[in-house]
Design a protein around this ligand. Structure first.
Ligand SMILES: [Zn+2]
Length: 331
């Protein structure tokens, strides 16, 4: 019995070995077939991809060509925006309501009608005058550019000379509240108008001109005023005055120094979006870096074909809070 069993075991072993060997060969063959198929599929995909790439490249070339008319060459590469402002925050894109006389156009439309649509930039300076105002006025004179100064009430001799120079050199003198103290300016409608007339009368006495354009401290979209900003907007309109906000900021509202490159990046991030760009800057005494960046900013704007203008009665109302009474009551 043992002998028989041993023989049987030996046969079983041989059979098992052969079976395993055959299974091994079968697996190997299947693997090879599978691999060959994969290679064929990959080859097809590569062929397809290269055809698509050729098409994609052709398309990119077309777009680049179109964009050269929209995007100025001088636009710096995108870098981190430095727009965290404390006193005057840049509203998000959706908050900006641009009430322009022309209806909104898409970028394509802009590029088609570009020759007729002159692109305009308004340089605006808040919180002055200061010693920096003089430096800014020198630069504006050098480049033959007019700007708008939203000033506060200041009684020192440098500031007094600043108001006069702004008017004498053909810039727009505009108001930004006498005190710039939010709690006082926005205490009530009466307090607001008292502050407006205190500044207007002061500026009239000094310069002989009565400013009628206003920029709210913090902008019309500020979140500091406890009163509804519509109250103050209505008050201004009742007095025949108009307010302007901004749609581009150079970023100098935050309490930190910026390099010229950072300032240029900030403004070029937004300027190409608008037919009329209103740039928020500050000419207060701490903002020497804004002065430093100004010549290059003007140079780039002029080279890119932008027209720089001061605010006047023809300026589109660039406002964060759109006042609906404008349609009913044009003046
Ligand atoms: Zn201000």
């Amino acid at each position: 019995m043992k002998k028989y069993e041993r023989r049987q075991m030996a046969v079983l072993k041989t059979v098992t070995k052969k079976a395993l060997f055959l299974i091994g060969i079968l697996c190997f063959v299947l693997c090879v077939i599978h691999l060959v198929n994969r290679v064929k599929i990959l080859e097809n995909q590569i062929e397809k991809l290269s055809v698509e790439q050729v098409f994609a490249q052709a398309k990119t070339d077309e777009e680049t060509f179109d964009n050269t008319t929209i995007t100025p060459e001088t636009q710096p590469p995108e870098s981190q925006s430095t727009e965290t402002q404390i006193s005057e925050t840049q509203p998000s894109e959706t908050e900006i309501l641009q009430t322009e006389s022309t209806s909104q156009t898409s970028p394509e439309e802009t590029s088609i009608g570009e020759e007729e649509n002159q692109k305009i930039v308004y340089l605006t300076f808040d919180d002055g005058p200061s010693s920096n105002t003089n430096a800014i006025l020198d630069i504006l004179k050098e480049y033959n550019v007019k700007a708008t100064f939203f000033v506060n009430g200041k009684t020192d001799e440098v500031s007094k000379a600043g108001y006069k120079r702004i008017v004498e050199e053909g810039h727009t003198l505009a108001m930004h509240s006498y005190t710039h103290v939010y709690k006082e300016v926005y205490a009530s409608k009466e307090a607001f108008l008292e502050d407006v007339y205190r500044l207007q009368n002061y500026l009239f006495d000094l310069t002989g001109t009565k400013p009628i354009y206003y920029r709210f401290p913090g902008g019309s979209s500020n979140t500091i005023s406890e009163m509804d900003m519509q109250v103050f907007i209505q008050a201004l309109h009742e007095e025949g005055m108009e307010y302007f906000d901004w749609n581009v900021a150079n970023g100098d509202g935050a309490n930190k120094e910026l390099t010229t490159d950072q300032i240029l990046t900030n403004v070029w991030n937004d300027i190409p979006k608008y037919e009329h760009s209103m740039i928020l800057m500050h000419d207060s005494v701490q903002k020497g870096f804004t002065v430093e960046a100004l010549p290059e900013m003007i140079k780039q704007l002029q080279e890119a074909g932008y027209t720089i203008l001061p605010i006047d009665d023809t300026t589109p109302l660039i406002q964060h809070i759109r006042d609906n009474s404008i349609e009913d009551n044009p003046q």
